[in-house]
Design a protein around this ligand. Sequence first.
Ligand code: GLY
Length: 405
Amino acid sequence: MGQRGGHRLGRGLGTLALAALAAVGCSSSPPPAAPPPTDPAGPVIAFADAQLAATADSLAPPAYPVRTNPDGTWLTEGPDDWTAGFLPAALWRVFERTRDPVWRDRAERWQSPLTPETSHDDTDLGFKMFMTFAVDHQLTGDEAAKQTALAAADTLAARFDPTVGMIRVWDDRDDTTQYQVNVDAMMNLELLWWAAQNGRPQYADIARRHADRTITDLVRPDGSTTMFGGYDQNTGALQRLYTEQGARDDSTWARGQAWAVYGFATAYRYTRDPRYLDTARRTADWFVTHLPPDRVPYWDFSVPQAPPEPRDTSAAAITASALLELSQLDPGRAGDVDAARGMLASLSSPAYLARDTPFRSILLHGTQNLPDGQQDSGIMFGDYYFVEALNRWERQVGPATQIAG
Ligand code: GLY
């Protein structure tokens, strides 16, 4: 993209986002000077649908869109990439909202080549196989999709080690010299909790043990998170805390924090265990109170909170969607809807929306992995969570136009 996050903020934040900032009580932002915006989120949903349709119909599996190239086209990977499920997952969310069979056809066309991934020994199977096949089953009742998701749950559960009490990520299952677990892996647990309700009751305990140790080791007392724990597989002892995608071992990587909020909200939805609700609240509060004035985080909360550090719009989209879920799970909790509104309004503004740009993504300014040079691009999973959050808004709060405040 050649430009770093937030470069368009000065001219980009219109009344839509400013109204939202006022709504979340951001003291550093000016009060809205104008009446309610004329650019509500209704057209944003139409834009998102159009971008997804163009992506789905101009590319073909097995070239799955991951993030945008500098010219705005999609960089693609094969079905084995952990992100491969996000396009079909987003297509299912449009089908969920519209019930238009055209979207079901698109989703199935992109989902079908992922079927062999059931045996891919990779913990990010939760992302790839729950949000596709399990959601397909939830939306359509398709029995074959259910069986595919259950087979993926079997593969994921096989990576659980009872001595560590967690599911290992990334590394070779047979490597006993290291055992790595990241906070991201909370996102894989929904596959297990769902499987537990669909014929694999034994997986609930695996998910619970993993979540419990994530709280103990990766969630700090103040509600921030560390990305990785490294364990001794022979004793189960925690050896070190570190990062792979954040700025420092002791920093708070923005998307890791977002995964924690979303992961523990989901854990509470399935279990109603108050510890998970408490952890979702603490991590959400930490995220929201550390946001910059325009409500879209920089890629890591511990770097200077100013350009040229890039933003990560995906972290905002993930957290906005999770906050909407939390607002339903914990209706007594004030502020979640307003906090989600603030993030969604900012993401819907010209500063972050790809409208009127050559970018094929819905959102701009995501950072997939800065230490690997993947920064400031559209990201398919950021788009997915934005679409999911807009759906949740419409289902729970009202017309998306209300995002404007
Ligand atoms: N491993 C998921 C992520 O990069 O956020």
